[in-house]
Design a protein around this ligand. Sequence first.
Ligand code: NAD
Length: 484
Amino acid sequence: MVSRVIPVESFDLVIFGGTGDLARRKILPGLYRRFCAGQMPEGARVIGAARADHTDDEFRKLVADSIKEFVPAGRRDAATIKDFAERLHYVSIDARGDKGWSALAKLVRKDVIQAFYFSVGPGLFGDIATRLHKHKLAGNEARIVVEKPFGRDLESAKALNAVLADSFDENQIYRIDHYLGKETVQNLMAVRFANVLFEPLWNAQYIDHVQITVAETVSVEGRGAYYDKSGAMRDMVQNHLMQLLCLTAMEPPSKFDPDAVRDEKLKVIRALDPVPAENIVRGQYGADKDGDSYIAHSENPASKTESFIALKVDISNWRWKGTPFYLRTGKRLKARMSEIIVHFKETPHSIFEEDAGSHANVLTIRLQPDEGMDLRVTIKEPGPGGMRLVDVPLDMTFADALGPDAEDVPDAYERLIMDVIRGNQTLFMRGDEVEAAWSWTDPIIEGWQQRGDQPKTYEPGSSGPEDALMLLHRDARRWREIRK
Ligand code: NAD
């Protein structure tokens, strides 16, 4: 299998925050990989715009260093880094003042695709949009890419949507959720909508429940102050887990087109039931043997912010009534693992002896560490000894299926940036979708604030608080183990 590179037109991509962590770790190395894949046409340029004073050459050096740090040795070489560096420019700019804007206006061309990536703190999104407009930098076809977090509640998200709408049309705004750029997430749509096998069974009649887990091993180290105002619900559930839930639960769109897909996702969000207190488990990691705890990184020693959350979510529509979606995410857990598990029901009647055991098909969609899917099917255990049943995986690990080309599968950021250049919004969130997600999230947060709920302490390196296990046990179900 050879990855196909779709040509794009020439572009100027301005990265506000081009010297920041996200730009250095993901965006610029990703662009380099696309350059190596031949997807940066003649004349296409990347312009870093950030607060620090740098010359073009200093910025090129910074980017070359980032590529050396974040692109594996076998996939880079000095010659292509040098060629890529020639496409790079830099403007020192103040998002809140006038500095740098006329220089940027002179540099950015009007006759190519213009894309402006807001890789800066969310407090600057509005300032940058307004100044782009004021300085007449962005043409009618220009695209802006907005990072997360998109607001911290419905009110702030609405305000941000309104500020962006003052300068840009909705079809110019790309609200990024990098989970949507993952190969497996898109494969979830392919599996559902390009096969006849799954869709007829994809409903409450055949699916017992769905689990969505995004487990991280990292702590909040370095982001304590930000995280304390956010927490797992705002930082992860409102965006990433909700998006995964939507793609799993949505009706088939009439076509794979941005508004058709986003209309269906929106309908799912609107059908989510409010979540009662007994269906929410919040946790905060305690101290490890070195005394490192959540509180150690917080400015508030009595912080009630959750670094873990598990929720049982019900969807009130014909397809899903009675099939819960269990969501869970947290930091300092046992392993880094993200997956969606679709747990089918057992057969309505077993024709086999009781000791054949009970079996159910399980479809696992793994986002990380090794992207892929597997479907567990029940077969007869080989050999003599009667009809003993055993579950075996039909495995589709991309690295195996695609061989050496698997490494050429673009990373989520690479793919999404190229979608921006192509003008394809399918994998980006629409304004009404983000607002609907906050409308569902806000009352849940207000609920625990009003009740004064304390998060349960959990051991670092564990699977989260005991109560999260109980959330499924009481429904006679079990979480898939968090494992490497
Ligand atoms: P960072 O603090 O490392 O970088 C911020 C950048 O913004 C720097 O280049 C800085 O020069 C620039 N900047 C700050 N104030 C400015 C001003 N007044 N005018 C012009 N430039 C200014 O931040 P980051 O981690 O790169 O995050 C950037 C955005 O991406 C944030 O919205 C963050 O929430 C989001 N994000 C980051 C990550 C990540 O892994 N770092 C992941 C997901 C989302």
